[in-house]
Write a protein that binds this ligand. Structure first.
Ligand code: AHR
Length: 332
């Protein structure tokens, strides 16, 4: 068949049109960026959603992502980073398990001219050793949770705290943020604090112990948990002991995973500060911007948070449209 506009046989015309496209794809493949990503592990629903988003976003951008699961070991993270350097990756992203001990390995990457980007959790190393950190403000999350609880309890509350992984940035900063708010209320205090390592099983076990120690949460007005998975485990333990989370104790946590909104809809949870998990776009925008020559990036690229209560649960589970006044308070 001959094309009417050009008089060129259609099959040749198609080939002519396809050629630049094929060349472009070949060029893209040849110059595909290879980026190493050392992830903390699979401890929580939030973490697995974050990993899935990073892989999907890398796929959409044609990035060759070398993904390494550290299974909660910062030593394994250092081995992974060494491997990335040896593989001559274009950049390294690391979500560090704990804040300490990063200086030597970051120096190794710097010496090898491989830029490192910190994602999610923070490190206490000299900021000159990495390009930037792309993450939410964990201290603000703790303050938002504390402020919500101060209001919900009218400033009078004995609190059980479930802490995340010791020495990790979200544990340290959420604890400090929360404490800074409740310290303004003389009748608010943390009476028991235990770690659940950010896992559901950890939260369940910690709460079972606390129930035994406090005579069934006698005089406890609230449970404040550094993440949703731990509070979901705690809710299970409370149900097993015939207690009524969400009614007899206010339940507040961080992450905003689907499970917490289901718990809110069931009346078992009262508030959660959302930590966005679909953050691959924020992270790769910064990394690819840097690799493309953009040097004016701040030392901390802040990802915004939001606080959700049962009124939001249906919307967050995708079964209800956004509230009409949402734009006035900032969207999620
Ligand atoms: O670093 C972020 C925290 O890590 C999330 O709040 C928690 O669920 C995860 O384990």
């Amino acid at each position: 068949m001959i094309s009417r506009e050009t008089g060129v046989p259609c099959k040749f015309r198609r080939a002519t049109l396809l050629l630049p496209l094929l060349l472009l794809t070949a060029l893209r493949c040849a110059s595909a960026q290879t980026i190493g990503f050392s992830q903390v592990g699979t401890e929580s629903g939030w973490r697995t959603a974050f990993s899935a988003d990073m892989k999907a976003e890398a796929g959409r951008r044609g990035i060759n992502l070398l993904f390494s699961d550290a299974q909660q070991s910062s030593e394994r993270q250092k081995e992974a980073i060494r491997g990335f350097i040896a593989s001559h990756v274009n950049a390294i992203i690391v979500a560090p398990v704990v804040v300490t001990g990063w200086t030597p390995i970051l120096q190794e990457a710097k010496d090898a001219n491989v830029p490192v980007f910190i994602a999610d959790r923070a490190v206490d190393a000299d900021p000159s050793l990495f390009v930037t950190r792309i993450a939410a403000n964990f201290n603000l999350e703790g303050r938002l949770a504390g402020a919500w609880l101060a209001q919900a309890s009218r400033g009078r509350c004995n609190i059980v705290e479930l802490q995340g992984t010791p020495d990790s940035a979200p544990t340290i900063e959420r604890r400090n943020g929360f404490a800074s708010i409740i310290s303004r209320f003389p009748d608010m205090r943390i009476v028991v604090s235990k770690t659940g390592n950010f896992t559901m099983a950890g939260g369940r076990d910690a709460m079972a112990g606390i129930i035994a120690e406090t005579g069934g949460l006698k005089d406890i007005c609230a449970v404040w948990s550094h993440n949703d998975d731990m509070i979901l485990g705690a809710i299970e333990a409370m149900h097993r002991h015939g207690l009524h989370p969400g009614h007899d104790q206010l339940m507040v946590s961080v992450d905003g995973v689907p499970g917490i909104f289901k718990a809110m809809a069931a009346g078992d949870a009262n508030a959660s500060v959302e930590l966005k998990s679909a953050i691959g776009k924020y992270i790769f925008d910064v990394v690819q911007g840097w690799l493309g020559g953009k040097r004016d990036c701040p030392k901390w690229v802040v990802i915004p948070n939001d606080l959700h209560t049962p009124e939001d649960a249906a919307r967050m589970l995708g079964t209800m449209p956004a509230r009409r006044f949402r734009h006035l308070v900032g969207s999620s």
